[in-house]
Ligand binder design. Structure first.
Ligand code: C6P
Length: 415
């Protein structure tokens, strides 16, 4: 396991060693070895991340940025070291461009709340059709309050955004474009660099929801020239309740503060308050200190394996599973395109996704069923939901064989 902080190098890909790091992968569910294919909902946690949480509470527990005493200083250093790791992982230019939040939902709401002051009647926001509700509802709220208009960038039958329509939608009133890098419902990867460049040509800013991308694809916010980028630690082998907002420094400086409270202020008088600089301006109150530190441990862990090796293994799993599932009669895969992460969203004609998911669970196989918090995607296909199997670098082809035989069994039992 990698010991250094920022200079961590991949250790090589050994699936046995990797699986040994994840205690939960060795338990049974319903009397069967767990096959965990709900990684898009949340990833599992390696021992190194669990240890980071326990270490903080056992040895360092204190509030941060507040105390002169040793514990507080140690906890502050550990928390701020995590910010450095995150900055380096995403290649942000400045450490204060990394705002630690409670997750993607919080990050998007933070920006959308700020835009309530930056939008005017008739301004436009373009939103992708395949967004998670977290990247739709905060913008609807901002539009309701400002009179701005939400325009939908449509997708085609394969779940790919229609770039020609995007060019037509963009105009001088477009203030912001908000799309995901990877759809959580389909796994399709969006051409975000092209989207960012086209939006910038028109003078619009871009927020990318990276929740489903950042542990599968190398993300370089600087090279992308993205204005805002959001993610959640729990999808990156980190803990729940912590995440990140990246924003370009000058944009975050201009964005109104979100929550008011301790730590986000410079001076407070009853006559008025001045705010702290970045990143603290957006980090009111006591944060999830253990979570932030463990987010850093998760980044170290991902670095130690290497995103290239992760992407290669996951793509092998995706190809293998796609071929196996396609062999099953009447099975439909949604978003079956070359450019996707290891997510397979499918249905079997005549079967409800919930019933398939329930039977798979009885076989120890965890998948997600339903709308995946992306109702517009399901409405587009005219379906109640899908069965979603999402793979991670610690999954194996043997587990996929179990999924395929499990789906076949479910079909024979239900049809
Ligand atoms: N998607 C899924 O099963 P939070 O809950 O804040 O960590 O992340 C919200 C979110 C935002 N955008 C995308 C693209 C997402 O996938 C998610 C979370 C999970 O697909 C839980 S609904």
């Amino acid at each position: 396991m990698c010991k250094s902080d920022l200079t961590c190098r991949p250790m090589g890909f050994s699936i046995d060693n990797i699986r040994a790091d994840f205690p939960i992968l060795h338990r049974q569910v319903n009397g069967k070895p767990l096959v965990y294919f709900d990684n898009a909902a949340t990833s599992q946690k390696p021992q190194q991340v669990i240890d980071a949480l326990v270490h903080y509470y056992s040895h360092q527990n204190a509030n941060i940025h507040r105390g002169v005493h040793a514990l507080s200083q140690e906890a502050t250093d550990a928390y701020e070291a995590a910010r450095d790791l995150i900055q380096s992982f995403f290649n942000a230019k400045h450490r204060e461009e990394i705002i630690l939040t409670s997750g993607t939902t919080h990050s998007i709401n933070l920006v959308a709340h700020g835009y309530r002051s930056l939008l005017s009647q008739g301004d436009e926001i373009i939103v992708g059709q395949a967004e998670h509700h977290s990247n739709i509802v905060p913008w609807q709220m901002a539009c309701d309050l400002t009179g701005a208009i939400l325009r939908v960038l449509p997708m085609d039958q394969n779940g790919q955004l229609k770039l020609d329509d995007f060019q037509n939608l963009l105009n001088t009133k477009t203030k912001l474009v908000v799309v995901n890098q990877v759809s959580n419902a389909l796994g399709t990867i969006n051409p975000i660099k092209t989207i960012i460049d086209l939006a910038h040509k028109q003078g619009a800013r871009v927020l990318i929801d990276g929740a489903q991308a950042s542990s599968h694809i190398k993300v370089d916010v600087h090279a992308l020239d993205v204005d805002y980028y959001t993610t959640s630690a729990h999808k990156m082998c980190g803990p729940t309740g912590v995440g990140m907002l990246y924003g370009k420094k000058e944009l975050l400086e201009a964005l109104p503060a979100y929550q008011g409270g301790g730590e986000m202020i410079k001076e407070v008088y009853f006559e008025g308050t001045t705010y702290a600089g970045l990143p603290h301006k957006f980090e009111a109150g006591t944060p999830n200190i253990a979570g932030g530190i463990a987010f850093g441990a998760a980044i170290k862990y991902l670095n130690s394996i290497g995103l290239d090796a992760i992407a290669k293994h996951e793509d092998e799993l995706l190809q293998y599973a796609t071929a196996g599932l396609k062999d099953i009669d009447d099975l439909i895969i949604y978003g079956d395109v070359p450019d996707k992460t290891a997510v397979i969203s499918f249905n079997i004609n005549g079967l409800h996704p919930y019933d398939v998911g329930t039977l798979l669970d009885q076989m120890g196989i965890a998948v997600r069923t339903g709308q995946h918090c992306a109702q517009p995607v399901m409405d587009f296909y005219g379906i109640p939901g899908t069965v979603r199997a999402s793979f991670a670098f610690y999954n194996t082809k043997e587990e996929i064989d179990l999924l395929i035989s499990g789906v076949r069994r479910a079909v024979s039992m239900l049809l």
